[in-house]
Design a protein around this ligand. Structure first.
Ligand code: HEM
Length: 188
């Protein structure tokens, strides 16, 4: 199953900011929607769609057992009614990253950049889902998605700034930062 994000004229999320962090941007668009689909090539109305990005929620590659347990213990689900702020951050890493071995990448990702150890304290405030798309012929390698309440917007800025200053990010060759908001989902 694929998750397809569509930037377009309408959608559940209103785009509040869309800016390139590194490399080429994506076209500006007023709204974002996402669908869970059996097809990577969803039929779209070209006139209403600026771009579409697809990915797969896959198994973990670098996370070790103790870390996985800590993540499961701390994490919050997507779709919390009051998490009205979200970020879609598509990322492509360089050929140099992909030429490394799994073990070398893990050393950079965690031993030297503390991606997991440094980010854990932002759970459960920030709910997250990583989608892989490197092998799907997509323009990015990863689609990263985060949801949080407005009161945690500053914490999220701190988190992305912390990660962007790591050795891991030397291997990021394209990154676009898309921030979106929606109305509160009321239970009743
Ligand atoms: C909310 C706190 C965060 C936590 C707890 C977290 C945790 C993780 C974990 C556990 C993985 C490894 C998955 C695996 O083993 O394959 C991962 C991968 C990744 N994360 Fe985060 N993350 C956080 C925030 C972020 C942010 C804010 C970004 C982007 C700005 C980001 C970008 C990525 C990317 C691109 C990968 C894939 C790395 C690769 O496979 O080369 N993460 N994250």
């Amino acid at each position: 199953m694929f998750t397809v994000f569509r930037g377009g004229q309408s959608g559940a999320w209103r785009v509040t900011r869309l800016a390139p962090v590194k490399g080429a941007s994506l076209a500006r668009t007023p709204a974002l929607s996402s669908v869970y689909s059996a097809s990577i090539a969803l039929p779209i109305l070209p006139s209403l769609t600026s771009w579409r990005l697809a990915g797969v929620a896959s198994h973990v590659r670098y996370t070790e057992r103790a870390e996985k347990n800590q993540l499961i213990e701390a994490q919050a689900p997507l779709g919390r009614p009051d998490a009205t702020c979200a970020a879609l951050i598509p990322i492509k890493k360089s050929a140099a990253w992909w030429e490394l071995t799994q073990e070398e990448r893990r050393q950079i990702f965690e031993d030297r950049s503390n991606h997991i150890a440094g980010s854990l304290k932002y759970l459960p405030a920030i709910a997250r889902q990583l989608y892989h798309c490197r092998d799907l012929g997509e323009p990015f390698d990863f689609l990263t998605w985060f949801e949080f309440v407005p009161a945690h917007a500053d914490a999220f800025e701190e988190l992305v700034a912390m990660l962007r200053a790591t050795e891991e990010w030397n291997y990021v060759e394209r990154e676009v930062d898309i921030r979106v908001e929606r109305e509160r989902l009321d239970a009743g």
